[in-house]
Design a protein around this ligand. Structure first.
Ligand code: GLN
Length: 198
């Protein structure tokens, strides 16, 4: 597969930057809002945004179970920030007032929502990322961190003593937002995973 078709879940959040980043990394990219579109893609990006809102939109649109099934079936996925929360198996501080973030259970990790936010809302810094030459500028915006990593999960980057980037087979997740920096290496890694080269 030379030019995979990768969807960006476009219910809520920063969809446009991911569509651009994926194109620049050599993929065909398209927004995904409907069930038929989920069946027509080779890989899926779940962007940052608000995981509680995204979860409820998935429920309202009857997309939660179809998406879970497609991921369980091996559809490669990359989640950034809220997207990492969505791809996890278990969410701590999942929400309040009846608005809960609902895990898609594609990666065997436990995440804590807004984990860094207790100290400071947003920050950025350089992190080493396994397999990439040179550090990645990581922008954290009310970001989660990973509190438990399952046996089959590879930790690719850490910050403040916690995993902030992980991979499990064709599933990739970062607690930070590579789409806002212009550095396309993480999107390139995902395009290569989808194309069977990564
Ligand atoms: N705090 C948000 C959530 O819980 C994530 C923030 C982000 O995606 N930038 O979903």
């Amino acid at each position: 597969m030379s030019r995979p078709r990768i969807g960006v879940l476009a219910l809520q959040g920063d969809t446009r930057e991911h569509l651009t980043a994926l194109r620049e990394a050599g993929a065909e990219s398209m927004p995904v809002r409907r069930r038929g579109e989920i069946d027509a893609i080779d890989g899926l990006v779940i962007p940052g945004g608000e995981s509680t809102t995204m979860s409820h939109l998935l429920l309202d649109l009857d997309l939660l179970e179809p998406l879970r099934a497609r991921l369980a079936d091996g559809l490669p996925a990359y989640g950034a920030c809220a997207g990492m929360i969505m791809l996890s198996s278990e969410i701590l501080d999942a929400g309040a007032n009846g608005r809960q973030a609902l895990p898609l259970r594609a990666i065997d990790i436990t995440v804590r929502r807004n984990a860094f936010g207790r100290q400071v809302d947003s920050f950025e810094g350089d992190v080493d990322f396994a397999g990439l030459d040179g550090p990645v500028r990581a922008v954290f915006i009310r970001a989660p961190w990973v509190e438990r990593v399952g046996a089959g999960v590879q930790v690719l980057a850490t910050a403040a003593g916690h995993a902030v980037a992980v991979r499990q087979g064709p599933m990739l997740a970062t607690a930070f937002h590579p789409e806002v920096t212009g550095d396309r290496r993480i999107h390139q890694l995902f395009v290569d995973i989808v194309a069977g080269r990564g």
